[in-house]
Structures are given as C-alpha cells and as structure tokens.
Design a protein around this ligand. Sequence first.
Ligand SMILES: Cc1cc2nc3c(=O)[nH]c(=O)nc-3n(C[C@H](O)[C@H](O)[C@H](O)COP(=O)(O)OP(=O)(O)OC[C@H]3O[C@@H](n4cnc5c(N)ncnc54)[C@H](O)[C@@H]3O)c2cc1C
Ligand code: FES
Length: 258
Amino acid sequence: MFLEECEIIENIKISEDKYLLKLKSEKSSEYTKAGQFFMIECEKYLRRPISVHNADKNILEFYYQVKGEGTKNLSKISDIVNIHGPLGNGFETNIKNKNLLIVAGGMGIAPFKLLINKLKEKNNITLIFGGANEKAIKIIEYFDTENIKLYITTDDGSVGDKCNSVDKTKELLKENNFDLIYTCGPEIMMKEIIKLVLKKNIKCFASMERRMACGVNACLGCNIEVFDNLQNLKEEKKIKNAKVCHDGPVFDAKYLVI
Ligand SMILES: Cc1cc2nc3c(=O)[nH]c(=O)nc-3n(C[C@H](O)[C@H](O)[C@H](O)COP(=O)(O)OP(=O)(O)OC[C@H]3O[C@@H](n4cnc5c(N)ncnc54)[C@H](O)[C@@H]3O)c2cc1C
Ligand code: FES
C-alpha cells in the first residue's frame, strides 16, 4: 500500500450528487485489484473509504456520491488529492470460462467497472444494474458494455425494466446457470440476493460497507459478524467479528451473518 499525492485529471459530475474522479497515480495503480478501496483525504476531515472504480495504466478512477462534509469537499478539489491504498482484499479474478452474474444496486456499481474489464475476455458476464431512476444509473454510459449482457432496472421505469435488481435476479436465476455471483449495493438488497443464491448453492461474493476510521485494521470501527466454523456442520455455528477493512470488504457470502 502507498501514500500518494495524485494529480487530478478530472472530477466531474455524472448526475445530481454523483461524481467521477480520475487521478494520475504513479505508484498505486498497477497494484490495485477490483474490489479494493482507498482512504481518500478530503481536506480537514478523516480520510473516507472509496472503492476503486477502475485502474488502467497510471490512471485510477473513483465513482462517489456526495453524502456529507467529506465527500462534499472532495467534489470541490480540482488539483491534488492524497490517497492511501490499495486496501482490503478485493475480488477473486483468477477465473475463466465461467458464467458470471454481477448484481449492483445504486452506488454499488462502483467496484464493478474494473472487475468487468478484468474478467470479460475469458468469461460470460451478465450485469444487473438497478437504481431509483435514470440519473442513478447514468454512470453505465462510461462502461464498456460490449460483450456483456446488461439488464438495467429502475424503480420508476424511466429506463430499463420497471422492477428492482432482486426481481431481475430471480427471473434470470430461473433461466440461467450461473457459476458465480458478485454483488454490491444497499445491504437490504445484498441480503435478498445472498438468500436467493445460497439456496441454489451458487458461490457468491459480496462487497460490504461499514463506517471506517483508519481503514488499516488499527481501530475497531468496521466490525462485521461472520460465521467461524462452517467446515464442521455438526457443531452449532459460531459467530465472530471480522474487520471489513482488513478481512473484506469482499466476503464469501456463506460466511456472512445475515
Ligand atoms: C469499503 C468501502 C468502500 C466504499 N466505496 C464507496 C464508493 O465507491 N463510492 C461512494 O460514494 N461511497 C463509498 N463508500 C461510502 C463512503 O465511504 C461514505 O459515503 C463516505 O465516507 C461518507 O463521508 P462524508 O464525509 O461525505 O459523510 P459523513 O458526514 O461521514 O456521513 C454522511 C452520511 O453517510 C453515511 N455514511 C458514512 N460512511 C458510510 C459508510 N462507510 N457506509 C455507508 N454509509 C456511510 C452516514 O451514516 C451519513 O448518513 C464506501 C465505504 C466503504 C466502507
Ligand atoms: S476501519 Fe479501523 S479497523 Fe477497520
């Protein structure tokens, strides 16, 4: 992991409160895996965790939503930003000849641009991307969606199918055999997806979020409950705490206590 001062190439508004930040990164970019995150300095506030959206040559991208003071400040920076990372485990990407389903809800699309770019040549990828309305899914225009199957859902039907990503997942699970599922988005959505796919014994990786103070396993800010002993099915399941910043943010969904 590196501490790096990066020149901002652009920090543009995609829609409403959502921004795409592109940085020149001499050190971190080549070591960054899909699903990892960076702690980004937002002027006088604690660093904020943001997933890497894309990493290509010496350019890192982040897709973020303005939530509070930290991200509001970030949206106003135009010259240099200090980043710390890459952090966390990231997604498994040593995969080929598989039928993969990615289910993203809202800002949960953030880690999947890089994942799709890494996996699409050697695998069949289906992406379900759901959002409240057309503005929530506008970022998809910046993806290379050639050679993947894309399903857009919106709550108001302004674009794509008028349903949510869980409904679309149910529909596609009836018609397809997926080898592996990746999901990121609101926790309530991920819980539904995880229940559906574990029932069908499909392996699923979920990218989880917790509020983070340090991002490097040094505080107790980001605990999440996971099962400890799934190997011995005769024992009662034991629960322990894991750290999202260190043991995650990507978890094999069968270990998550949901
Ligand atoms: C591993 C990880 C990756 C993330 N990736 C992205 C990303 O790619 N794009 C993006 O827009 N956001 C991402 N987030 C969420 C992002 O870190 C928070 O939105 C941000 O820290 C809010 O900071 P703030 O100062 O603007 O708001 P604050 O004033 O700190 O909080 C404003 C609101 O945001 C909520 N909030 C703050 N932190 C989190 C959090 N960690 N998770 C959920 N809600 C939070 C608060 O409860 C509050 O309602 C990620 C979080 C984690 C843990
Ligand atoms: S954020 Fe400090 S331990 Fe994870």
